[in-house]
Design a protein. Structure first.
Length: 271
């Protein structure tokens, strides 16, 4: 029997379902008060940042790679990234993991990684496109959202990081259509371009990388940015401070800056 020509479908509960409430991590991406996301590279750096009142932390792939003596941005640190997520996922903070490109070109492999990250307590993942095929990155995003729906996917494009910005909107449109919860454009620092991209994205949070020579946090908030990542900045500053302290001691000077006590670091290890 065929349906009557003027029959209307029955309404289902899904037709009237209200949008799901944002996760606590997603709720931190607020207009006018962007999430400042410092990035840790080990247990002590994460807990030291949490002790200063940062409710959410990221990880830095450069810090993880450098600690292991491996190159950054080459998909070489999958095991080290998972180990760090396991160490930090149960901490007193919300954890978003820098997973480079997902450590694979295969979407199902990336989805399995996402499930592992969510299982150890991570609430977000950062996935970069490395200016590769748009469809391939979009497929990774879709696979991750299917495998771990509660994981906040921050889809990064390297159009400014490794290029001149060409194709940024087209890539981000494809990634948000694939299910990305937020988008990340490191290297974007021009206030006018930031404001225009915020307007184009609408409700999708824009994440930018803090640049010492770029707009300050209050200015980025005024431009509509919802998340400001510190990337590898803290790790590089820590390395610089360590080298300067050694040079000061060698020169007969007392090192400046803040030095946590031995006992304070031990307490962080025990947590």
């Amino acid at each position: 029997m065929t349906d009557a020509p003027h029959a209307t479908p029955h309404a289902t509960s899904a037709d009237h379902a209200t949008p799901a409430a944002p996760t606590p991590f997603a709720a931190l991406h607020r207009a006018g008060e962007p999430l400042l996301l410092p990035c840790a590279w080990d247990h002590a750096s994460a807990y030291a940042l949490a002790d200063r009142g940062f409710p959410a932390l990221g990880t830095t792939s450069l810090g993880v790679a450098a600690a292991a003596g491996l190159p950054d941005g080459t998909s070489a640190i999958r095991d080290q990234t998972l180990a760090l997520a396991l160490a930090l996922g149960s901490g007193p903070f919300l954890l978003s993991v820098d997973a480079e490109d997902g450590f694979s070109d295969d979407a199902e492999q990336v989805a399995r990684l996402a499930k592992e990250l969510a299982a150890v307590g991570a609430v977000g993942v950062n996935l970069e496109d490395r200016l590769g095929a748009v469809g391939r990155h979009a497929a990774k995003i879709r696979a991750v959202k299917q495998a771990a729906p509660g994981l906040f996917v921050n889809a990064r494009t390297d159009t400014y990081w490794s290029g001149d910005g060409t194709g940024t909107r087209e890539r981000l449109d494809a990634y948000r259509e694939a299910g990305a919860d937020g988008v990340f454009v490191p290297g974007l620092t021009d206030p006018g371009e930031i404001a225009a991209l915020v307007a184009h994205l609408g409700d999708v949070p824009l994440n930018v990388l803090y640049a010492p020579g770029g707009p300050a946090l209050p200015h980025l908030a005024d431009l509509g940015v919802r998340r400001v990542s510190l990337g590898s900045l803290l790790y590089r500053r820590a390395l610089g401070a360590a080298v300067e302290a050694a040079a000061d001691v060698r020169a007969g000077r007392v090192p400046g800056g803040t030095t946590p006590t031995y006992e304070g670091v031990v307490r962080m290890i025990d947590r």
